[in-house]
Ligand binder design. Structure first.
Ligand code: BGC
Length: 381
């Protein structure tokens, strides 16, 4: 990998030029070299949306930790709008950013911004979602996304009783009616979650333990654009009217994200699920969003996958500091994340499945949510 932070004459001249046209840019003065003081360096942080709690938590953690290390930070949210994100990143470069941390809305849509960054010697850290089809991505910090899908599928099976809590097969043979949901096709993670889940579920579908009654199992058929809760609710409503209007019931739903799970739950409740006669299906999730943690505590949602955004932010900051000190960050995976042009060196964190009975030990004891927040389903400041 080429180092973008070597203090080259050309780089310094470019940076100065940019600072001149961009006004108060921090990076121009110090140059993006290893010997600049943190106070003289600006990190641009581009997050996709504020409609999901996790990205707000990510943004806040990254900002706090970078500022704690002395850096200047510009944090922007793009409202799930691709042109807004592109424009915000362009603006950060113009303002003299020395490094960019980007969680992309559409993993393929930022090529020209990244070219611009590369030609200004600005390292780019792809945050949680891999930026694809560009060689100008220097590092990737995320979770083990395939494992997220595996964990979701295992939680679904445990909820149905097909697996016991140790993950061993029981003699419960079904058949269970399940429906599958996936995330946004333009998010590289959605494909990893799906592949991970199907690695577990497909053999059981083949065996006849699980039946996808709608027949919709291809990712293109089950994907939810931009991870929108309303879109998931509508798809679940459509499935109920098209496929379960013959008295049959849904026993399980693979949902890759808590926001989607809440839409799915609303559709099911509107159709009379969640009563003693018609129990809620086993529904999975991801992100441990507070409204969903309460639904899990109440027994409405089965589980979620907890990804500690504080730790992810920490890894992003460790990688950022390495680049800004003129070094290469340490990767723990150099094979998995091929972005279509190159394998991006990555640092991947493990994930944890949360059921009703470990909310306390995983989420409350670690300080992620308080007991009051879990009880009310609302985050407090
Ligand atoms: C993230 C998930 C999140 C989803 C929707 C994915 O890229 O990895 O944690 O649930 O986006 O925001």
């Amino acid at each position: 990998m080429r180092s973008k932070l070597g203090v080259t004459a050309a780089g310094a001249v470019l940076a100065l030029g940019l600072a001149a046209c961009g006004g108060e840019g921090a990076g121009g003065s110090g140059g993006a070299g290893g010997d600049a003081a943190p106070e003289d360096l600006l990190v641009g942080v581009s997050m996709p949306t504020q409609t999901s709690e996790r990205w707000i938590a990510d943004g806040n953690s990254v900002q706090e930790q970078l500022e704690g290390a002395g850096y200047q930070v510009e944090l922007q949210y793009a409202n799930d709008d691709i042109p807004t994100q592109s424009q915000q990143i362009d603006q950060m470069i113009t303002e003299g950013a020395d490094l960019l941390i980007i969680a992309a809305i559409d993993g393929t849509a930022l090529s020209s911004q990244l070219e611009n960054a590369a030609s200004n010697n600005i390292p780019v850290i792809s945050y949680d979602r891999l930026i694809r089809d560009s060689e100008n991505v220097d590092f990737y910090v995320s979770f083990d996304n395939f494992q997220v899908g595996v964990a979701q599928a295992n939680a679904l099976l445990a909820g149905l009783g097909v697996l016991d809590r140790n993950g061993e097969r029981t003699d419960v043979a079904g058949p269970f009616n399940v429906e599958l949901f996936a995330g946004s096709l333009d998010d590289n993670n959605a494909h990893f979650f799906y592949e991970g889940a199907m690695s577990v579920l497909q053999p059981l579908i083949d065996e006849g333990v699980l039946t996808v009654k709608s027949g919709q199992t291809a990712i293109e058929q089950i994907a939810i654009l931009r991870w929108q809760q309303e879109t998931a609710q509508r798809r679940m409503e459509d499935l109920l009217t098209s496929t379960y209007n013959d008295g049959s019931v849904v026993n399980g739903v693979l949902s890759p994200y808590d926001g989607l799970s809440r839409g799915i739950i609303t559709a099911l409740q509107n159709a009379g699920y969640g009563t003693p006669e018609r129990p809620m299906p086993v529904i999975t999730g991801q992100d441990a969003e507070i409204a969903s943690v309460k639904l899990i505590a109440d027994g409405t949602q089965n589980s979620t996958i907890f990804k500690d955004t504080r730790l992810l932010a920490e890894q992003a900051v460790v990688a950022a500091e390495a680049f800004l000190e003129g070094e290469e960050p340490e990767a723990n995976d150099t094979t998995t994340y091929d972005n279509g042009v190159k394998v991006v060196p990555s640092y991947l964190l493990p994930v944890e499945t949360v059921f009703a009975d470990n909310i306390q030990s995983v989420l409350v004891d670690s300080g992620y949510w308080t007991q009051e927040e879990v009880a009310s389903g609302q985050a407090q400041d």
